[in-house]
Design a binder for this molecule. Structure first.
Ligand code: SF4
Length: 291
């Protein structure tokens, strides 16, 4: 059995962005609320040990909301797993709080770097600031200065991955992907991941579900992304569930899908630790539980 990633849900459902496709509004809360949750540290330790004994090399701090809203808790998670020495520890964020409160996060990021954080993954939908604003901050006039944030994170020694959600009308063709890759190269982004937006089968928010369905990539659009990478990239490796990593003129690009379950049942894409102590391997099916 191969497990790709150990995802640790930090923080709560609270988020400072307003993405119309927000998956956390569509999936069950699994005990996560808006306030900072109490963490079952005993089970967190067991989950970490299981992940390490299963050969997991990457731990990812993420959340059903925005994890950086609770920086002290992030520090506690990193401290609690420090001795297990996961080679790669990643933080998934929309980057807004880090950019806007840099005076405060400068210090946190230095501490997290010392505790082993290797990679900061910033979620985007486009290379253009206005297109990102429409999705992440529709209630505000401006999106963050993403190039400035990338520069600051590099200066602190982090690797950066842009996690691009591919939406119909945004990054939905080979040409748009080429521009996204150009942006990533220009700002020395180490890794770029393209993942088509997806929605669970059952949802608890019809508006979010309907918006998301309207912005699914068509199969023609998805083929256009795949063809661009086949024609312009060199395949480097295949990850579980058909994710393929390419080199495109020196830029690392991974095209993946949104599946968390392997229909053949051979692999688990990710383990997911919930603060209440549960350990699951899928976001939407409550029965996909180990602990
Ligand atoms: S940044 Fe993530 S958690 Fe926040 S609204 Fe967007 S999808 Fe939801």
């Amino acid at each position: 059995m191969k497990i790709q990633t150990f995802s640790i849900l930090t923080g709560s459902e609270a988020c400072n962005a307003r993405c119309p496709f927000c998956v956390s509004k569509m999936t069950p809360p699994h005990g996560i609320e808006l306030k900072e949750p109490q963490v079952n540290w005993r089970n967190f330790r067991k989950a970490c040990l299981f992940a390490r004994q299963s050969g997991v090399t990457t731990a990812m701090l993420t959340g059903k909301g925005e994890p950086t809203l609770f920086p002290a808790q992030m520090t506690k998670y990193l401290q609690a797993m420090a001795d297990l020495e996961f080679p790669f520890i990643e933080l998934q964020t929309n980057g807004i709080h880090i950019y806007e409160k840099w005076e405060q996060y400068d210090e946190h990021l230095s501490e997290w770097y010392e505790l082993g954080l290797t990679t900061v993954i910033i979620s985007v939908v486009h290379f253009d600031a206005e297109r990102n604003r429409e999705i992440y901050l529709p209630h505000r006039e401006r999106y963050i200065d993403l190039p400035c944030l990338l520069h600051r994170l590099h200066d602190k020694g982090f690797s950066v991955r842009l996690g691009c959600i591919a939406l119909n009308g945004y990054i939905d063709s080979g040409g748009k992907l080429e521009e996204m890759i150009r942006f990533a190269r220009e700002h020395r982004v180490e890794q770029l991941t393209i993942r088509p937006v997806n929605a669970p089968q059952d949802t608890r928010d019809a508006d979010v579900f309907n918006w998301t369905k309207e912005h699914f990539l068509t199969s023609y659009q998805f083929e256009s992304l795949k063809n661009y990478l086949r024609l312009n990239g060199t395949e480097l490796m295949r990850l579980v569930h058909d994710a393929i990593v390419y080199d495109v003129r020196g830029q690392n690009v991974c095209l993946t899908n949104c599946l968390t379950l392997d229909p053949d049942g051979k692999d688990i894409r990710q383990l997911i630790f919930f603060p209440d102590g549960h350990l699951r391997y899928d976001w939407q099916y409550e029965g996909a539980i180990l602990l």
